[in-house]
Design a binder for this molecule. Structure first.
Ligand code: CAA
Length: 258
């Protein structure tokens, strides 16, 4: 077993970059790798100096799925009690913006991980798919739900039932991906988007993320209530006063995060 960290973490000013690092296994998401990823995400979520997080993969994959070798002999009770897949929900629960920089294969759990992020940028070499059907299972970390919301029921159904992958350009054309970049500029584009978000009020960013997420996860009525509550709440922040004052005084705002 290699001594390399399963997740390489680096901080560039207000941005944390997490690189999934099992390239020899196409970054298959073993329980240890997922635990490591969750630990880093939750640490940066709690760190006031970090305003946006990027997840990418080392080598030719973003992630080729949950680790099939770690699950092959599992019983349903072991899958349930270990929380092996259920704990991925903690990734989707991160409050700060998370950008997926998808550099290669995003298959199965890898595609599901990308869809737990808030913005998906893809390299021209990326491929997306839910190939679980090929190994006698179905997606278990949100694929049937998030892919259907991203692509619509017919395209999602075809992908989930046939296991076929789609290219980065197809994914972008159908709304699964924000945009496609040449491989060599993918991370810089992710940094650029992260920097843009990092310059905003972090309170407004957090409450905006919560409200947009609600559109996919609740009814319109509930989502509208969450949006209005968060809108009102921001009027309690110094950043709202500063942002509006700066606009009126024709200068750049200086957000404090309070
Ligand atoms: N789990 C464990 N190991 C994996 C893996 C995975 N999901 N994907 C790739 N690997 C390993 C391979 O076993 C291989 O290891 P060895 O060198 O020790 O044999 C190594 O990564 C390189 O893979 P390949 O030799 O297969 O590379 P390739 O270029 O020929 O093929 C691929 C690439 C098409 C992505 C192929 O690796 C593949 O089909 N991988 C599995 C994809 C998949 O089925 N993902 C879904 C997993 S289940 C899931 O994710 C459930 C869920 O919803 C949470």
């Amino acid at each position: 077993m290699s001594n390399e960290p399963l997740v390489i973490s680096s901080v560039e000013g207000p941005i944390a970059i997490l690189t999934l690092n099992r390239p020899q296994a196409l970054n298959a998401l073993s329980p240890a790798l997922i635990d490591n990823l969750i630990r880093h995400l939750e640490m940066y979520d709690a760190d006031d100096l970090i305003r946006a997080i990027i997840i990418t993969g080392a080598g030719r994959a973003f992630a080729a799925g949950a680790d099939i070798k770690a699950m092959a002999n599992a019983t349903p009770i072991e899958m349930l009690t270990s929380g092996m897949i259920a704990r991925w929900a903690r990734i989707a629960a991160i409050r700060k913006p998370v950008i997926a920089a998808v550099n290669g294969y995003a298959l199965g759990g890898g595609c599901e991980l990308a869809m737990m992020c808030d913005i998906i940028l893809a390299s021209e070499t990326a491929q997306f798919g839910q190939p679980e059907i090929n190994i006698g299972i179905i997606p278990g970390a949100g694929g049937t739900q998030r892919l259907t919301r991203a692509l619509g029921p017919y395209r999602a159904m075809e992908m989930v039932l046939t296991g076929a992958t789609i290219s980065a350009h197809e994914a972008a054309a159908h709304g699964l991906v924000n945009r496609v970049c040449p491989p060599e500029t993918l991370l810089d584009e992710a940094r650029r988007v992260a920097q843009t978000i990092a310059a905003k009020s972090p309170l407004a960013v957090q409450l905006a993320k919560e409200a947009v997420r609600a559109a996919a996860e609740t009814t319109v009525r509930e989502g509208l209530a969450i949006e209005l509550r968060n809108f009102y709440l921001l009027f309690a922040s110094e950043d709202q006063k500063e942002g509006m004052r700066a606009f009126i005084e024709k200068r750049a705002p200086n957000f404090s995060g309070r």
